[in-house]
Design a binder for this molecule. Structure first.
Ligand SMILES: [Cu+2]
Length: 163
């Protein structure tokens, strides 16, 4: 009879310990994200549109070497007059992209005919060789400055439906 009672207490204590441990790990999980993204930008370059004055596109590789996902939310140029948009190409047409997902342990390539960053209202006189600082705003990693240089236009202009 007595033995049975003790067993019941053991069960209750063990259960309580389990609940406390679970609560503890939840609290730890609520602190700094244990899986941060690790964003770096590579091979960035800009091209002036061969057909539209003051318009350019920017290409790059965004590498997330971290274990957490991130998202490119927007971009701006150091010159506030320049309009910067995130673009994608769907069915051969350029469309504005609300954001660009950069999942953990992945490389997202911004390239002609695919995801890219679009520049409008570039100052007159910008030409090949000029450099521009873009600030890429990531959801988790914050704002990252990246220096891009205008390269000679390739022979194949992108199919621009909007501009
Ligand atoms: Cu575009």
């Amino acid at each position: 009879m007595m033995k049975k009672k003790v067993n019941r207490w053991v069960v209750i204590v063990v259960t309580l310990l389990g609940v406390l441990l679970a609560a503890g790990s939840v609290l730890v999980g609520m602190g700094e994200s244990p899986k941060p993204p690790n964003i770096s930008i590579h091979e960035q370059k800009a091209r002036l549109s061969p057909v539209m004055l003051g318009v350019g596109s920017v290409f790059m590789k965004i590498i997330n070497a971290g274990k957490g996902d991130d998202t490119l939310l927007s971009a701006r140029a150091s010159d506030p007059n320049i309009v910067v948009e995130l673009h994608d190409v769907r069915e051969g047409k350029m469309v504005a992209a609300e954001n660009i997902a950069v999942p953990s342990l992945s490389i997202v390539e911004l390239k002609p005919g695919s995801l890219h960053i679009m520049l409008f209202k570039l100052p007159k006189g910008i030409k090949t060789g000029h450099e521009l600082v873009l600030y890429l705003r990531f959801k988790e990693s914050g704002e990252k400055p990246v220096k891009v240089k205008f390269m000679p236009a390739s022979g194949k202009p992108m199919r621009h439906s909007m501009h």
